[in-house]
Design a protein around this ligand. Structure first.
Ligand code: TPP
Ligand code: SF4
Length: 255
């Protein structure tokens, strides 16, 4: 090994945040969940709120999120994370409270909890990982599955005539008076991950203002469920998911 390849405190450019534990992530190689976890943990670290943050884990591939964040975490039943987070925030109004949910969790079984928490304007952060299918249970069609997109329960592609239209729940959430900041991001490339991190940081900081619910969607990949390599899944996401779920802020706080 050459001199310059030896890692020393002088040439160290990246260090894992201590807000993430040393547990090895169980996510499939190339899955966006890992990057989303990391940037969220870095935000908590940089804001110095590790001891003040409480996360609510969903049911889905990220069901074990409590193993990875070294903060107080609570598990919720499938889809019920916004209701659980509501209770936590009301008991501990000075804590930073977030939910971390997949699209099956948030936009299918948890639609009611999501919409009502956002409509009430609960002072929480909702992190929504949208990979267009139910990843954990084998890639079934979700409300977010694109028209024509293949899944294990729509093997010939989603036919909107019989299977309904995809639900753009983030646009719907943005219409509700209780939401303060609603944005759609991705983490598939370094520049996007940095942007998503800035959005998460802003959203977390807004809890100090008590102005309503902040909602950060991260359009993500599921290489295993989509039956693609990680590289193919990122390309497919760029070509198919982003035109349907355009990245960017959807509702920004008034100046
Ligand atoms: C009440 C209940 N219904 C159904 C299930 C089965 N189930 C577990 S995870 C899951 C889907 C999760 O998909 P998603 O929220 O999109 O997250 P991902 O796995 O893609 O990250 C389902 C239907 C369950 N565990 N509990
Ligand atoms: S099944 Fe999909 S969402 Fe779940 S860990 Fe694997 S790639 Fe990620």
């Amino acid at each position: 090994m050459s001199e310059k390849n030896i890692i020393s405190p002088e040439n160290l450019v990246y260090k894992k945040t201590s807000v993430m534990t040393d547990r090895v992530l169980h996510y499939c190689p190339g899955c966006g969940h890992g990057t989303a976890h990391r940037i969220l943990a870095e935000v908590i670290d940089e804001l110095g709120i590790q001891g003040e943050t409480i996360g609510v884990a969903p049911v889905g591939c990220s069901v074990l999120a409590y193993y990875y964040f070294d903060i107080d975490m609570q598990e919720a039943a499938h889809g019920r994370a916004p209701a659980v987070a509501t209770g936590i925030k009301r008991v501990f109004p000075d804590k930073y409270v977030f939910t971390y949910q997949g699209d099956g969790d948030l936009a299918a079984i948890g639609t009611a909890e999501t919409i009502h928490a956002c409509n009430r304007g609960e002072n929480i952060l909702i992190v929504f990982i949208n990979n267009g299918i139910y990843g954990m249970t084998g890639g079934q069609m979700a409300p977010t599955t694109l028209p024509g997109m293949k899944s294990s329960t729509s093997p010939r592609g989603r036919d909107v005539k019989t299977m309904g239209n995809p639900l753009k729940i983030t646009e719907l959430i943005a219409q509700l008076p209780g939401t303060y900041f609603v944005t759609r991001q991705s983490v598939h490339a370094p520049a996007n991950a940095r942007k998503a991190k800035r959005a998460l940081k802003k959203a977390m900081e807004y809890q100090k203002l008590d102005k309503g619910t902040c909602f950060v969607e991260i359009v993500s990949n599921c290489p295993s469920g989509w039956k693609m390599t990680p590289a193919q899944s990122n390309k497919w996401m760029e070509e198919n998911m982003f035109p349907f779920y355009p990245l960017g802020d959807i509702k920004v706080p008034p100046e």
